[in-house]
Design a protein around this ligand. Structure first.
Ligand code: GAP
Length: 533
């Protein structure tokens, strides 16, 4: 227990250090900061934008540009409200919420239950033991009543007893049905079982009270109205997932490009969720960005595509983003924990400083979405298979990625404290492919025009050949190295007197080791290009 607390303590210290660095160096700022912020929103500064663009570019390259079976789309965020009715989000995209009656602080019930195993054990006990025990006498009561009725045909007094025995059996059945209903509600963290559990086990973290309101489901979609009228017909929602924009464009792409199965639609874009408890920096947001693929397959062949795309997700994390395999964990999601549309889901979790948490996922959505949209819109969303001459609604495998969580995974994994040349330093050990700045060019001295002029020429040359080059002549060279280390620049090039007076070579400094080498510009470019390959 003690160790766990320490680990938690270290985790939150590390998170604080990361939040502080990312603000200081222009990666992430609090949303609406000058007005005191807006919970669940963060803004990305210049280096944050560059880092995220690199992540998105690498994703697009791997999953769209390098393949022949993927089609990019960019659908509107606002969609016809019927999309969200057909997709099941109006009815079911909710989280269980409870409010402290004393201070009105709201919590997500499933995340606040501190001993989830105990809660699950309670439900299991009621379902598997309490209800069957209650019902175990019902059969024998039935039998007893039956023989009493037979006796009652001879002697009337037995009929009254039979009636009583039957009533008792009925009451047992009725109460078992009632309890089962309560257990069903409790599985969604609602109803009297959850209420009793909260009242007896949970304390408000804000005010210490133990008096809870009624747990209920809270729909997480942001509702708005389109146009000047604010009535039922003008309702729209900010999309909570980018996926639906692809399902509603399935037929358009089919008609324009005539792809054969399997093929996928891919999209990067914002999504919005009115999370009850946004937290952990950019981990749980109310405005987030997703990268999703809806991969349409022949129903009998879904597993092959599922497994191939699942593997590709890990390759993307390890090879493109440089995340270590030791921090990546794949978790099969139990049926009761899957989203309403999924028949099989695997989450990829990552070791964040605050624990192992979901980074991304893959789900087998079957024909759930296309079928529902086809029925609701009355537009035929089936596919004609030229090979088998069959017409059917394709099934769908959906790999989904959160850009903000990937950004946090990359940042938290890169954050490093060490000692270099006898001095403590902080640096971001980014894989060069994601680093916002790949190479920074300095003149050794700022006040020597011939050094500045040559450094500018080297900068211009590098800029033509590499994306993410920065010129820096602020402060002394030590300060410049510290700044570049903190933003995770893998290479620094310094132009000194030897460069201008001798052979044109420069020094190339390696961020991780601090080692410096003298190289020609062509050799520098070759080094950087190799690191980015
Ligand atoms: N279309 C499927 C879908 O949206 P999801 O598991 O709800 O599935 C996909 O979300 C990914 O989006 C998650 O794995 C996570 O990376 C990211 N995500 C979800 N909710 C988020 C939130 N509130 N803040 C940041 N990222 C979130």
């Amino acid at each position: 227990m003690k160790q766990e607390n320490n680990a938690k303590g270290r985790g939150s210290e590390r998170m604080e250090a990361i939040i502080s660095l990312t603000k200081r160096r222009g990666f992430v700022y609090q949303g609406s900061e000058i007005y005191g912020g807006l919970a669940g929103t963060w803004d990305y500064g210049p280096y944050g934008v560059a880092l995220r663009n690199n992540i998105k570019r690498l994703w697009w390259k791997r999953f769209v540009d390098d393949r022949e079976d993927m089609y990019g789309v960019d659908a509107a965020i606002l969609m016809n409200q019927n999309v969200w009715k057909a997709s099941g989000h109006v009815a079911g995209f909710s989280d269980p919420l409870v409010e402290c009656k004393k201070c009105n602080r709201r919590y997500r019930v499933d995340t606040m239950i501190t001993e989830p195993d105990e809660y699950k054990d309670l439900l299991k006990f009621v379902e598997e033991k309490y209800i069957p025990d209650r019902l175990s006498g019902v059969d024998s009561k039935h039998m007893e009543a039956k023989s009493l009725i037979e006796d009652g045909q001879r002697e009337k007094k037995y009929l009254d007893v039979a009636k009583k025995v039957l009533e008792e059996a009925m009451m047992d059945i009725q109460s078992a049905i009632e309890i089962r209903k309560k257990v069903e509600l409790a599985k969604n963290y609602q109803g009297p079982i959850t209420q009793t559990y909260l009242d007896t086990h949970e304390v408000c973290k804000n005010c210490g009270s133990k008096v809870w309101g009624e747990p209920r489901q809270f729909n997480m979609m942001f509702k708005t109205h389109v146009g000047a009228m604010e009535d039922e017909t003008s309702i729209s929602y900010l999309r909570p997932e980018t996926a639906q924009g692809m399902f509603v464009n399935f037929k358009n792409v089919l008609d324009s490009f005539h792809p054969t199965l399997p093929f996928g639609l891919a999209q990067i874009g914002k999504a919005f969720r009115n999370e009850i408890a946004p937290r952990d920096f950019i981990f749980r947001l109310r405005e987030l960005e997703q990268m999703e693929i809806e991969y349409f397959v022949k129903p009998s062949e879904w597993r092959v595509s599922f497994e191939a795309l699942q593997k590709e997700q890990v390759v993307f994390l390890e090879q493109d983003l440089g995340l270590p395999s030791s921090k990546i964990h794949q978790i099969d999601i139990a049926p009761e924990d899957r989203a309403h549309y999924s028949k099989h889901s695997v989450d990829t979790e990552f070791d964040f400083p605050f624990g192992q948490k979901e980074l991304l996922g893959i789900a087998y959505r079957t024909d759930f979405d296309l079928k529902n949209h086809s029925e609701a819109s009355k537009v035929d969303l089936s596919f004609f298979d030229e090979q088998t001459k069959e017409r059917y609604i394709p099934h769908c495998v959906e790999p989904t990625f959160g850009v903000d969580r990937l950004t946090l995974a990359v940042l938290s994994d890169a954050y490093t404290e060490d000692e270099l040349g006898g001095e403590k330093r902080i640096y971001l050990k980014f894989n060069p492919k994601v680093a916002p700045v790949k190479v920074a060019v300095f003149p050794l001295l700022k006040n020597k025009p011939q050094l500045v002029e040559k450094a500018r020429a080297v900068y211009a040359e590098l800029k033509k050949r590499v994306q993410g080059v920065e010129f820096d002549d602020n402060g002394n060279i030590g300060k410049r190295y510290r700044r570049q280390d903190e933003i995770g620049t893998p290479f620094c090039v310094t132009v000194d007197f030897d460069t201008v007076e001798k052979d044109g070579t420069v020094t190339l400094r390696n961020r991780d080791t601090g080692a410096q080498e003298r190289l020609s510009i062509e050799e520098v470019i070759a080094r950087i290009t190799a690191a980015l390959a």
